[in-house]
Design a protein around this ligand. Structure first.
Ligand code: NAP
Length: 258
């Protein structure tokens, strides 16, 4: 294995059953990495694993917000495919509500899956990276980690938190051969966006095309980001050329955040 290559390295991607996570898994597998796909739905994860380039990929089931389940899933992944070299914290969810209707439970759910989940998985992966003297952690945050949006205070708070953890951990491991970065997509063509569009249609009676156009309009390129564009930023951050890039939040949003 070349020290600068992903070939043969064990990469664990959370929330890899669909959307951006599945695309990241496909991209890293095409680079020669051996993947563990982690999420709640083992069968859906296995279908993606079976479709990846290369061999030796597998799955591990856990809710990323459950500390014991995360530890068990990482132990399973490590036993099957060796120490984790690359962690992509992608699992996430985006529920919306006006601030005064944001229940304590919604607040907790958003912090748990988007922020605590990334923390738990990074804690589970880091010892392997420290032992190896090499590692890559990429947190899929959001433009909601870089700016505010109305009606998603809990999600926005969680994603700002992800960027904070990214900055602190990057400094803590800067001399250990490990980089820690965040990728911040704007509205991207996945179930999260489709659910948001359906929500707007349901609440306002507007057409689906109108609702989608409103989401596109915040992107200066006037379009929706494709999952492959997010995955390519992750690929680059995991590669040799990005070794001195750490603690950064890279916006993949057509210039929505500058
Ligand atoms: P998606 O299609 O809904 O996929 C989310 C993935 O996360 C699914 O595989 C889901 O798996 C998994 N997941 C959710 N909760 C989980 C939990 N508690 N434990 C383990 N896995 C969990 O959404 P996506 O758009 O690809 O989102 C991926 C990431 O990109 C998220 O962090 C999201 O915040 C971020 N992002 C998305 C957009 C966008 O517009 N799409 C924009 C900015 C940032 P199961 O539900 O099957 O378990």
């Amino acid at each position: 294995m070349q020290s600068n290559s992903l070939t043969g390295r064990h990469a664990l991607v959370t929330g890899a059953a669909r959307g951006i996570g599945a695309e990241i898994a496909r991209t890293l597998a095409a680079e020669g990495a051996v993947l563990t796909l982690l999420g709640r739905d083992r069968e859906a994860l296995q279908r993606v694993a079976d479709s990846l380039a290369g061999s030796g990929h597998g799955v591990a089931a856990a809710d990323v917000a459950n500390p014991e389940a995360v530890q068990a899933a990482f132990a399973e992944a490590r036993a099957a495919r060796g120490p984790v070299a690359v962690l992509v914290n992608n699992a996430g969810a985006a529920e919306s509500a006006p601030f005064l209707k944001t229940s304590f439970e919604l607040w907790q759910r958003m912090l748990s899956v988007n922020l605590t989940g990334s923390f738990l998985c990074a804690q589970a992966a880091l010892p392997d990276m420290l032992d190896a003297g090499w590692g890559r952690i990429v947190n899929i945050a959001s433009t909601a980690g870089q700016k505010g949006y109305a009606y998603v205070a809990a999600y926005t708070a969680a994603k700002h938190g992800v960027i904070g953890v990214t900055r602190s951990l990057a400094l803590e491991v800067a001399r250990k051969g490990i980089t820690v970065n965040a990728v911040c997509p704007g509205y991207t063509d996945t179930d999260i966006l489709r659910n948001s569009v359906a929500n707007v249609v349901g609440k306002t009676g507007r057409s689906e095309a109108d609702a989608l156009a409103e989401f596109s309009s915040v992107n200066p390129q006037k379009r929706i980001v494709q999952p492959a564009e997010v995955a390519d930023a992750v690929r680059w951050l995991c590669g040799a050329g990005a070794a001195s890039v750490t603690g950064q939040s890279i916006s993949v949003s057509g210039g929505e955040v500058t």
